[in-house]
Design a protein around this ligand. Structure first.
Ligand SMILES: [Zn+2]
Length: 287
């Protein structure tokens, strides 16, 4: 779906298989950005990646026109199609240097952030040649440029990407979506990154990988506010749980208590979500 003059958005479904056979349906978002050359932002998971190539063909372009792949961050569901695209084209892969090790070494990611079934849906790995940092830019020709903002919190090297000609602001997973699993590693970095997103001049369409909606105009700012509100609500729930259960409260216990208040299923309290609650317990209350 074309969401701004040069940006196409794909919402791609997949599942996380939990031990015991239960499956959590998830989706991830990929983008195709059209200039004289093409860029793909985030490659989803390997089984869904052919749909990115189908999107490119539906635009009357060839896989060979794909010059750049930008990973907003290293998580498997944003890089899992990297290998599939590398087999069909010769794109230059870009990411922030802080997230590069987990993109280039899937074993390292699996060890540091185990997610059930991750390896089965990850193609690659690939080599990241482009170190994209704050202020970095990828030029697609035809006046279409992609500018990088370093917006850590969800991961240390999370990037947001701004296409100035279109007013399109792609923020990857950095903006927590109220009512969904909260996944971030650093509470204060997340809040600072949200502040940075608010300050982007000319942003008219906010594209969050956590959301199935394109947030336009003043709705974009309101959605960032809602994400911040969710982080603050979770922090209050964590504090309340600690008051009730004492200082020995574990991240999992804090998470289960917060999940009950938020209406989230207790079995979704998996390791990557426990890290969020560990991050809250590691800092002073937000107030
Ligand atoms: Zn992520």
């Amino acid at each position: 779906m074309r969401v701004t003059p040069h940006v196409h958005c794909l919402w791609l479904e997949f599942e996380i298989a939990l031990p015991g056979g239960r499956r959590i349906p998830r989706f991830v978002t990929s983008y195709v950005i059209e200039g004289e050359r093409l860029a793909v932002v985030d490659t989803s998971v390997a089984p869904a990646a052919p749909r990115i190539l189908a999107c490119i063909e539906s635009l009357g372009r060839k896989a060979g026109d794909l010059a750049h792949v930008i990973n907003t961050h290293c998580h498997f569901d944003h890089i899992g199609g990297n290998g599939v695209l590398a087999e069909r084209a010769e794109p230059r892969f870009h990411a922030h240097p802080l997230d590069r090790p987990w993109i280039e070494d899937l074993g390292l990611q699996e060890k540091g952030r185990p997610v059930p079934g991750m390896r089965g849906i990850c193609s690659g790995p690939v080599k990241v040649e482009g170190a994209l940092e704050e202020g970095g830019e990828v030029d697609l020709g035809g006046g279409v440029r992609v500018q990088a903002l370093h917006t850590p919190g969800h991961s240390p090297g999370s990037l947001s990407l701004f296409v100035p000609g279109d007013g399109a602001l792609i923020c990857g997973d950095v903006l927590p979506e109220p009512g969904t699993l909260p996944i971030y590693e650093d509470v204060h970095a997340t809040l600072a990154s949200l502040e940075k997103l608010r300050a982007v001049a000319g942003a008219e369409a906010l594209l969050s990988a956590m959301s199935r909606k394109v947030w336009r105009g003043k709705e974009a700012g309101e959605h960032i506010d809602a994400g911040e509100g969710y982080v603050r609500r979770i922090d209050r729930l964590v504090r309340r749980a600690r008051e009730e259960k004492g200082p020995g409260l574990t991240p999992e216990e804090a998470g289960r208590s917060a999940f009950a208040a938020l209406g989230l299923p207790p079995e979704a309290m998996i390791g990557i979500v426990a890290r969020t609650f560990a991050a809250h317990l590691a800092v002073e209350p937000l107030g």
